[in-house]
Design a protein around this ligand. Structure first.
Ligand code: BYC
Length: 312
C-alpha cells in the first residue's frame, strides 16, 4: 500500500467508525468492495433459490386464502433478489456475471434452501423459523455501513416480518387441529430446527469474515450472538403453542439469562455448503431450467429497450 492509499484507508476507517454511510462513488478499500459483493450476491441468490421450496406448495395450499398469501410471499422473495442484485451492481459488478456464478454452482447461497419441503406444515416452519432467522440476521444489516445494502435491507425486513408471522400463523392453526395435523407441525419443526440455526453461519471461532466485517460495520453482531438470540426468541413461541424443540440439551440458564442448546452438526453444514445437501442438485437444475426457459423474455426486453432508445 503506498502513502496515498494508506491515508485513504485511515480516513475510510475513521469515517466508518463514526457510523457514517459509504456510498457507491466513495473511495473504499478493495477488500471492503470484495466482501460486500460476496455477501450481497450470496444474499440475492438465497432469495431467488429460496423461492423454490415454497413455490413447491403454491398449487397445494389448503385454502384460497393461504394460496394467495403464499404466492405473495414467494413474489416478495423475487423482489428481494432484485433489490439485492441492484445493490451489488452499485459496486461495479454485472448481475449477469453473478447469475452465471450461481447457475454454474460456483457461488454460494444459504444452506437452508437445500432441504426439501415435504408437507404443508413446512410452509409454517419455513416462515416461522427461516424467515425468523433471516430477520434476526437482517435487522442489524439495516445499519450496515454500505448505504445501498442498508436501504435494501430496510424494505426487505418489513416484508420478512410479515413472512415470519404468516409462518407462525400456519403453525398455530395446525396445533389447534387434529392429531395428524399436530404431528405434521411437530415433524416440520424437527426437520427445520437445526438447518435454521445453521443459517447464521459457522461458529465465531470458524468464521473467516466476521472480525474484519464487524470492524467495517457491515456485520454488527457475530454469528453465535445472533444464533443465541434466535433460540431465546423462538423457544417460548414453540412452548406457547405446544411444540417441542428437538434438542435434548436445551435448557434455560438462570446465570446467563439465555437458553443453553446442543451442538450443531457441523459435518452436515459443511456437506451442504460443499454441494452435497439433500437438494443442492435439484435446486441448481431448477434455476438453470428457469433461466433457459426465460431466455426469450430477456431477449424481448432487450429488443424493446433498444427500439425505445432508437426512437428517442
Ligand atoms: N449457507 O466467515 P463467515 C431469506 C459461508 S434468504 C451458505 O461467517 P460471513 C429467505 C460464508 O458465505 C436469507 N454459506 O461468513 C429467502 C463464507 O463463505 P465464502 C439469506 C454460508 O459472510 C427465501 C463462509 O461460509 N441471508 O431470508 O461473515 C425464503 C464462512 O462464513 C452460510 C443472507 O444471505 C450458510 N448458512 O457470515 C425465505 C444474509 N453461513 O464467501 C427466506 C446476509 C456461512 O468465504 N449474509 N456461509 O466462500 C450474512 O449475514 C452473512 O454472509 C452470513 C455469513 C451470516 C450468512
Amino acid at each position: 500500500m503506498n502513502a496515498t492509499q494508506e491515508k485513504l484507508r485511515e480516513e475510510f476507517d475513521a469515517y466508518v467508525a463514526k457510523d457514517k454511510k459509504i456510498e457507491p462513488k466513495d473511495w473504499m478499500p478493495d477488500g471492503y468492495r470484495k466482501t460486500l459483493i460476496r455477501q450481497i450476491s450470496q444474499h440475492a441468490h438465497s432469495e431467488v433459490v429460496g423461492m423454490l421450496p415454497e413455490g413447491n406448495w403454491i398449487t397445494r395450499a389448503p385454502s384460497l386464502q393461504r394460496k394467495v398469501i403464499l404466492l405473495a410471499k414467494v413474489q416478495d422473495e423475487a423482489g428481494h433478489g432484485l433489490y439485492l442484485y441492484s445493490a451489488a451492481e452499485t459496486l461495479g459488478v454485472d448481475r449477469a456475471d453473478l447469475i452465471d456464478d450461481l447457475l454454474s454452482g460456483k457461488a454460494k447461497y444459504s444452506s437452508i434452501f437445500n432441504y426439501p419441503s415435504l408437507t404443508w406444515a413446512d410452509m409454517g416452519a419455513i416462515g416461522w423459523l427461516v424467515d425468523g432467522s433471516a430477520i434476526m440476521n437482517q435487522v442489524p444489516l439495516c445499519r450496515c455501513s454500505y448505504g445501498p445494502y442498508a436501504r435494501a435491507m430496510t424494505r426487505v425486513c418489513r416484508e420478512e416480518s410479515f413472512h415470519q408471522r404468516q409462518g407462525y400463523s400456519i403453525m398455530m392453526e395446525l396445533m389447534k387441529g387434529t392429531k395428524d395435523q399436530i404431528d405434521m407441525a411437530q415433524d416440520a419443526l424437527n426437520r427445520w430446527w437445526w438447518p435454521s440455526l445453521m443459517m447464521f453461519g459457522p461458529s465465531d471461532k470458524n468464521s473467516t469474515h466476521s472480525s474484519q466485517n464487524m470492524k467495517w460495520n457491515i456485520k454488527r453482531f457475530s454469528n453465535d450472538e445472533l444464533r443465541q438470540r434466535m433460540v431465546d426468541m423462538t423457544v417460548p413461541q414453540a412452548e406457547l403453542i405446544g411444540l417441542k424443540i428437538p434438542d435434548p440439551d436445551l435448557k434455560w440458564n438462570e446465570d446467563t439469562g439465555h437458553y443453553d442448546f446442543g451442538e450443531i452438526d457441523w459435518v452436515e453444514f459443511n456437506n451442504v455448503l460443499s454441494g452435497n445437501g439433500p437438494c443442492n442438485n435439484e435446486r441448481l437444475e431448477a434455476r438453470n431450467k428457469a433461466h433457459d426457459d426465460g431466455a426469450w423474455v430477456r431477449e424481448a426486453a432487450l429488443a424493446y429497450a433498444e427500439k425505445k432508445k432508437t426512437k428517442e
